[in-house]
Write a protein that binds this ligand. Sequence first.
Ligand code: ATP
Ligand code: MG
Length: 374
Amino acid sequence: MSDRTASQLAALERSAALHDQVLADPRRFRVLTGDRPTGPLHIGHYLGTLANRVRLQNLGVEVMVLVADYQVMTDQRAGHRLAATVRGVVADYLAAGIDPDRATIFTHSAVPSLNELVLPFLSLVSDAELHRNPTVKAETEATGHPPTGLMLTYPVHQAADILFCHANLVPVGLDQLPHLETTRLIARRFNERYSTQEELFPEPDALLTETPMLAGLDGLKMSKTRGNGIALRATEDETAAMIRRAPTDSERRITYDPLARPAVANFLDLLAATTGADPHRLADEIGNDGAGRLKTMLTEAVNELLRPLRQRRAGLADDHSYLESVLDIGNDRARQIADHTLMTVHDRLGMTYANRRDSRRPRSAATKALSVTA
Ligand code: ATP
Ligand code: MG
């Protein structure tokens, strides 16, 4: 995990500075982050962004968390399992410490004005810029199919997710940096083209953690759809079994050598990420006790880290009506913000004549009559 590009290193440095700024003045920031409800969240999410969201919320930053349900369809069909997956992700958030009284948890599908922002934003990026995005390329390769239109425009949709609420801070993993660049580009171009007075959108910053890209048990990026992750909601036994099954190598002595022994190094990286210890030191500590000891230590570390979260989750995962009420409240709030932003965008675009969606405006007698007869 050490082959970082110059722009990734710059983003890590910028994140360290941002952490300090947040500590000094948390109220200057509004956070938007989210996850695709393609499966249960894993420890990559927890260490890469979720624990950071909770920390920011507890510092007094306003936090908006999006369950990006429309983005499930970038590379797979939404289906009958979607409702259960969405509830499961909400349960993961609450169990991790997102507090619905302070944070706003919402879904794309309940906030039409957010999605409508995609249209003007699409006019601000070129076809070539969309095709150049390395994360879109990697995710397309992973599916083995040509990209859908939604996959290709995923970064534009993400710009709408972030800019609808004027978020200026986005806690994400490393894979999201190219997408965030697109958001910054769209904000900048919108401001240049449509701001005679004050600029409408901030150019948001990514906030990375010290674990900006956790690899899964197979050494590739831990990811819901690859099935190579340890789910937050897995039991201790399931966690142990998953780790036991993952391949290492046959050499008894444990050393940290990512090039020559990638599988062992990956286990040591995972152990380092969950314990905060240095991977070289961990290798020395295990020495001739071999891969068995390494796996036992990793199992214990993961189970210990997740034990309180899993206990909280067990208490709320079956309470469907509570989980849905959390979304109802969040969706209402997100809708109000999105309606207002879209109205402002329409103003800037000169669309000031009719058909503006603003839930606070009185409707005409004709519209009222239509909605009664429809
Ligand atoms: P999918 O396979 O459906 O794309 P995913 O596991 O990649 O799922 P996302 O919903 O795409 O998860 O990502 C949600 C957030 O979690 C993003 O901010 C992303 O950067 C972060 N994230 C995902 N996987 C990791 C990881 N392995 N390490 C660190 N952060 C991660
Ligand atoms: Mg992903």
